[in-house]
Design a protein around this ligand. Structure first.
Ligand SMILES: [Zn+2]
Ligand SMILES: [Zn+2]
Length: 225
């Protein structure tokens, strides 16, 4: 037996055409059912529903008077639609914002999707650069604040392995803002120095040999420093 996961239901409902509210004709929103059954205690039998959140919808507008007159409570209805059978029903709401927190925001989803693509693209570019040992290329991605943090972290790890002393100054001059990236860059600089038997002069910060006794840039004595 195949158990359908919430993600599968979500993928299906996102790709399906959305129904129009039979009462007002407005396209319905995708609504995430709250985790705790709130209505009759039986749950909804589905993690997502379509719901009409149009405040002008006649069902919703007239619902206030109807419930007030029938039950003496301040509440109304919104039209819902089950994704499987596409049958329409009503859900009671207790104010204009009742249930609105559960609307799946399309813009947020679109942003998440765009970010995912950006990360995947960044990783692919980095892989190519690593294959041809293009440390300068990896550096441009690492210092680019428009790249996703995950891509820049990967770039920092890469430069640790393929970086040369030429990348150290640009790395030192950059303020990375993000703690994780900054620590990765620290580790990368340390590793590049180790690999090249170099270090930075404690007086002028220029790159010198690990074993240098006198800095060739500022002529200061650096032995044992
Ligand atoms: Zn409606
Ligand atoms: Zn120096």
């Amino acid at each position: 037996m195949h158990i359908i996961t919430k993600e599968e239901v979500f993928a299906k409902i996102m790709s399906a055409e959305r129904p129009q509210c039979p009462h007002c004709g407005v396209e319905m929103n995708i609504w995430e059912v709250p985790p705790v059954p709130c209505d009759d205690g039986l749950g909804w039998g589905t993690p997502y529903l379509y719901m009409c959140f149009n405040d002008e919808c006649p069902t919703y507008v007239q619902g206030w008077d109807h419930i007030e007159g029938t039950y003496g409570r301040t509440a109304s209805y919104r039209c819902i639609c089950y994704p499987e059978g596409r049958n329409f029903e009503y859900m009671s709401v207790f104010g204009p914002f009742g249930g609105k927190g559960q609307i799946i925001d399309e813009e947020v989803l679109a942003e998440q999707e765009a970010m995912k693509e950006k990360v995947e693209k960044g990783f692919a570019v980095l892989d190519e650069m690593e294959a041809r040992k293009d440390a300068a290329g990896v550096l441009t991605i690492l210092v680019d604040a428009n790249e996703p943090a995950r891509v820049r972290v990967r770039a920092a790890e890469m430069i640790r392995d393929i970086g040369t002393p030429a990348e150290i100054d640009p790395l030192r001059e950059k303020d990375f803002g993000n703690d994780i990236i900054r620590k990765k860059v620290e580790a990368a600089v340390k590793k590049i120095h180790e690999r090249n038997f170099t270090r930075e002069c404690p007086f002028c910060a220029e790159i010198i040999k690990s074993r240098a006794k006198i800095c060739k840039h500022c002529s200061k004595e650096v032995a044992g420093q």
